[in-house]
Ligand binder design. Structure first.
Ligand SMILES: *Cc1c(COP(=O)(O)O)cnc(C)c1O
Ligand SMILES: [Zn+2]
Length: 391
């Protein structure tokens, strides 16, 4: 039976298509370990764009296509409805007049991780989950901690040593439990797995539960709300890929609803050269992404993800959209962040800076054209990475 308020039917494995019930807690596919994605019953024309736009802006505006039963009444911290900025001086400098910047640093907890956690945590509460855990390089942990405080869910975050002090302080301030692990995020994930099994914590690790991606997909809805159509190209700093996969899913759902046609923006995923498994797999023509051995250090912490459960979904979206994955150097991405600060008024994270570097590269290569409507994503705020915080 259809849930009241939304159109959610069930969860389907992205790899083997096996169906799973959306009515109880689920992690990955019980047959193959693939990621589970929400399926909705969408009737073409059931909800015209003007009716959606009459509703209050925000994460749950199109609640029929969100997984929480609470719909428009789902508790939030005000995430979503971030501005799509024009940044005329940066557009001039790049000679890209139709440039827009989706400024995700204006989300609660100063990063777009709040979108995914808002939905995953609210759904966790609806499903009766009392304690969650995740490995995080920082922003995901901060967002989970904040929503844990809002919703009354116990949160355990395992972070690598390199996680910036302000983010560790943020996690602890919300009353969540922070465990620092020697090594990389992969080591934090391994340490967490042991503890999670022992204590029965529900894992919110990237794509290991179905609802964070639902929160992230709203970025795709908002592009259509704000532009009246989809852009020609999207340049997105990619780690685990929830944003990329989420937006791709949003476009399909909007098309099914009759809000847009079958044309898609060219999707460009950006990573740092220090850890660039996605560009390597894309350039090699692979359908899966071999893990990046020994990731180097980068200021773009959120992009330092050596392997990802959503690899096949990301590569499919990049190819189907006629986009690409590209790696930018440390100097370039920091210069990109500097340009966002000096020419767009955004004190942007290095991840946001990486998209500016990528745009310059793509224009030079002819993969982007001067007249294209291009949206780049600033996913986080530089203030969160600045200073070590002492107890
Ligand atoms: C997590 C993170 C990313 C990567 O996000 P995905 O959508 O999971 O690929 C990019 N930028 C920042 C600031 C992040 O925290
Ligand atoms: Zn499966």
């Amino acid at each position: 039976m259809r849930a009241v308020g939304n159109w959610l039917i069930d969860l389907a494995c992205a790899r083997c298509a096996r169906e799973h019930s959306a009515g109880r807690p689920q992690n990955t596919c019980t047959s193959c370990g693939g990621p589970l994605l929400c399926r909705y019953r969408i009737e073409p024309g059931a909800l015209p764009l003007d009716r959606i736009l009459q509703r209050p802006a925000g994460q749950n505006r199109l609640f029929e296509l969100m997984p929480t039963v609470d719909g428009a009444l789902t508790p939030t911290l005000g995430e979503g409805a971030t501005p799509l900025l024009c940044a005329p001086r940066l557009a001039d400098l790049l000679d890209l007049p139709n440039l827009r910047i989706k400024d995700e640093s204006q989300n609660p907890t100063c990063s777009f991780k709040a979108r995914g956690m808002a939905t995953a945590m609210a759904r966790a509460r609806e499903l009766g989950i009392g304690a969650v855990c995740l490995p995080s390089a920082g922003n995901a942990g901060g967002a989970a901690a904040a929503f844990g405080a809002l919703l009354g869910i116990e949160v355990h975050v395992f972070v690598p040593e390199s996680t910036p002090g302000p983010i560790r302080a943020e996690i602890a301030a919300h009353g969540a439990h922070v465990t620092t692990v020697a090594g990389s995020i992969a080591d934090a994930a391994a340490a967490l797995e042991v503890e999670a099994a022992r204590h029965g914590w529900f894992s919110l690790a990237t794509l290991r539960e179905p609802y964070r991606v639902e929160g992230k997909k709203v970025m795709g809805f908002e592009l259509l709300y704000d532009m009246g159509r989809l852009p020609d190209a999207i340049v997105y700093p990619t780690g685990g890929g929830t944003g990329l996969i989420g937006m791709w899913k949003a476009f399909d759902e909007m098309e099914a609803l009759g809000l847009c046609g079958s044309a898609r923006p060219r999707m460009f995923a950006v990573q740092a050269e220090a850890c660039a498994p996605l560009p390597r797999a894309f350039d090699a023509g692979l359908d899966t992404m071999p893990a990046w051995e020994a990731p180097g250090s980068t200021a773009a912490y959120g992009l330092r993800v050596p392997s990802a459960l959503g690899d096949g979904l990301m590569l499919k979206a990049l190819r189907k959209s006629r986009g690409a994955a590209i790696a930018v150097g440390e100097k370039e991405l920091l210069e990109g962040a500097r340009l966002l600060a000096t020419h767009a008024g955004l004190f942007a994270s290095a991840e946001g800076g990486a998209t500016v570097a990528a745009v310059q590269r793509l224009l030079a290569q002819g993969a982007l054209h001067r007249r294209d409507a291009v949206v780049l994503f600033n996913t986080g705020h530089a203030l969160k990475y600045l200073l070590p915080v002492r107890r």
